[in-house]
Design a protein around this ligand. Structure first.
Ligand SMILES: CN(C)C[C@H]1CC[C@H](N2C(=O)NCc3cnc4ccc(-c5cc(Cl)c(O)c(Cl)c5)cc4c32)CC1
Length: 338
């Protein structure tokens, strides 16, 4: 096990929980609170030309705060590595959840899909597009609550969401026709298509467009034709058709999804801001102030700068403990005075 000295005394590594592209993700313990975290480790030399992607992902993660988006706690950069400390999602990938249940009922699919729509609407309202939405990038936490991850392809086109993006990215199976054609495209429409593929996978247990041969896969995507199994209700079929619309201009928008009857189904429309998680909490601030031997307002003045240092991680993890009704405690040995 390589000793990462930059995290000594702050985090204790347990095991590798996944590898994606140029990153390794390890399970670790945040020593001041004892809470579990996921640490995404990237070696700068291995990143090479992908280094800007990390900067993009970090800029996105630092501005995101939503219950259905994996929360960033801390960023540690050394000469050789990036360590991105993230919310641990103990429920694993949504993909595995679907596979083990074969497929989900319409009502269970709706519960999950509402959370995805809320997270993507929040992203789009901030001018971001995820561009790599797929079941592997949707995780579950200990309460079966969904968390969107992997913002490495996240785009915030400088001209806002109207300017066109070019880089074809993400996985071909979830790629919209305009992406497959290498056409100019707008981020949000590409996310809506991928959400259509995701909802289809929830309801059917398999993908609308799939083929081991990439060219026949592309042909299927461009045709926009897919199977509508008999167990799908007419309402589900209609919604999927509106999302898997090959013409991006005719495709339903996330804003329309928020109030779509299949989505609301007589319950309240989804607010894209639901579950904002970063807020001022006096109990957590008081505990940290006491440990640092400073006044609470001094502590909050420091915390609200959101430096994503060890104190940000400690504060956000204490917030999570409080939300779960757990006692607030700190192991001061691990806490560094600011
Ligand atoms: C490209 N994908 C396939 C790579 C795999 C890597 C391991 C992941 N993972 C598990 O496999 N099981 C458990 C598990 C638990 N908590 C996690 C918390 C955060 C992230 C995470 C968050 C962000 Cl923001 C991000 O960018 C990345 Cl790469 C990962 C992954 C977690 C995780 C799933 C995706």
């Amino acid at each position: 096990m390589v000793r990462y000295s930059a995290l000594k005394g702050l985090y204790e590594f347990e095991k590798t929980i996944g590898c994606g592209g140029f990153a390794k993700v390890k399970l670790a313990t945040h020593l001041a609170t004892g809470e579990k975290v996921a640490i995404k480790i990237m070696s700068k030399s291995a990143l090479g030309k992908d280094l800007p992607r990390v900067k993009l992902e970090l800029r996105a993660l630092k501005s995101l705060s939503h219950r259905h988006i994996c929360q960033l706690y801390q960023v540690i950069e050394t000469e050789t590595h990036f360590f991105i400390i993230l919310e641990y999602c103990s429920g694993g990938e949504l993909f595995d959840h679907i596979v083990e249940k074969n497929r989900l009922s319409e009502s269970e699919s709706r519960i999950f899909f509402r959370q995805i729509v809320s997270a993507v609407a929040y992203l789009h309202n901030l001018g971001y597009a995820h561009r790599d939405l797929k079941p592997e990038n949707v995780l579950l936490d200990h309460e079966q609550c969904l968390k969107l991850i992997d913002f490495g392809l996240c785009a915030k086109p400088d001209g806002g969401m109207k300017s066109l993006l070019f880089t074809s990215c993400g996985s071909p199976t979830y790629a919209a026709p305009e992406l497959v054609l290498g056409k100019q495209y707008l981020g949000p429409e590409v996310d809506v298509w991928a959400m259509g593929v995701l909802l289809y996978a929830l309801l059917c247990g398999y993908l609308p467009f799939d083929d081991h041969n990439i060219d026949s896969l592309y042909k299927k995507i461009l045709s926009g034709r897919y199977e509508e199994p008999s167990f799908m209700t007419d309402a589900s079929k209609r919604l999927i058709r509106q999302m898997l619309q090959t013409d991006p201009k005719k495709r339903i928008t996330v804003a329309e999804l928020l109030t779509h009857p299949w989505i609301t189904n007589n319950s309240n429309p989804i607010s894209p801001y639901s579950g904002l998680v970063k807020k001022q909490d006096d109990d957590c601030i008081a505990l940290m102030a006491q440990c640092h031997r400073v006044m609470p307002d001094e502590m909050w003045k420091y915390l609200r700068k959101w430096k994503y240092d060890y104190n940000t991680a400690t504060y956000l993890l204490l917030l999570g403990r409080k939300r779960r009704g757990l006692p607030l405690k700190l192991n001061t040995a691990a806490l560094k005075v600011p």
